[in-house]
Structure formats: structure tokens, C-alpha cells
Design a protein around this ligand. Structure first.
Ligand SMILES: [Zn+2]
Length: 123
């Protein structure tokens, strides 16, 4: 497990990425089924197995991309603030709101923050 942290608080852990999708055809009495396995490359641990969902391959790819997307979102939010004065509160480069204050309703950073929170199990 890899600890995940934001600038403000440690939150959760997950199996380290990258994760990959492996498609396996399974022969059975009714024919052949395609099973999608999502595995962590490190330690080859199984993350999820998708059986019967008709969208299983696309869903498996989306799940497997999660660690990469979370890291990308963290990079985006880390670059989204600047400090105008030494010791000052960081300011959002997109809407100019102070860190900790609500972003402007049109600021895309609020969606980035919400997606990271969802991945980390925070409200
Ligand atoms: Zn903003």
C-alpha cells in the first residue's frame, strides 16, 4: 500500500500503479466469455475482475487508469496556486481565490479538487 497525501492531510492508501488490463477468454458450456482483469503491475496483485458487463473492457481500462489520473490531478492542483508575497496565502491561478476559500463557480480547479476528494474517500 502506498500512502497518499495532499498538501493538507494524509488520506488513504491504494495499491501502487501502474495498473493494467488483461483480457482472458474463458470457454464454458454456453460459449466463450471475455473476462477483464485489472492488476497492479507491482506485485501483480488483482485489483478487480469484470465478468458480464457488456462495457467491461472500457470499464476495466477506466479503472486501470485511475492511479495515473489521480497523480495527474494532483500535479494539476499543485501547479494551480502561486504565492504573491513571501509567507502569504497561495492564490488560485485560475480564479484568484485564496487557497482554502471556495473557488469561483467557473473555476475548473474545483472539479479537480472534487475528483481527488472522491478518489480519497473524502466528502
Ligand atoms: Zn480557482
Amino acid at each position: 500500500m502506498t500512502p497518499l497525501t495532499t498538501a493538507k492531510q494524509p488520506v488513504t492508501t491504494f495499491s501502487p500503479g501502474p495498473w493494467t488490463v488483461n483480457l482472458v477468454e474463458v470457454q464454458h458450456a454456453d460459449g466463450v466469455s471475455l473476462i477483464a482483469y485489472i492488476k497492479a503491475d507491482t506485485g501483480h496483485r488483482e485489483i478487480a475482475v469484470l465478468y458480464n458487463d457488456e462495457d467491461r473492457v472500457a470499464n476495466a481500462r477506466l479503472i486501470a487508469a485511475a492511479p495515473t489520473m489521480l497523480e495527474a490531478l494532483r500535479e494539476i492542483i499543485a501547479d494551480a496556486y502561486y504565492v504573491e508575497n513571501p509567507g502569504g496565502t497561495p492564490i488560485c491561478t485560475h480564479c484568484q481565490e485564496l487557497e482554502g476559500d471556495p473557488h469561483d463557480p467557473d473555476c475548473s480547479m474545483q472539479f479537480v479538487i472534487a475528483a481527488i476528494a472522491k478518489a480519497e474517500g473524502r466528502p
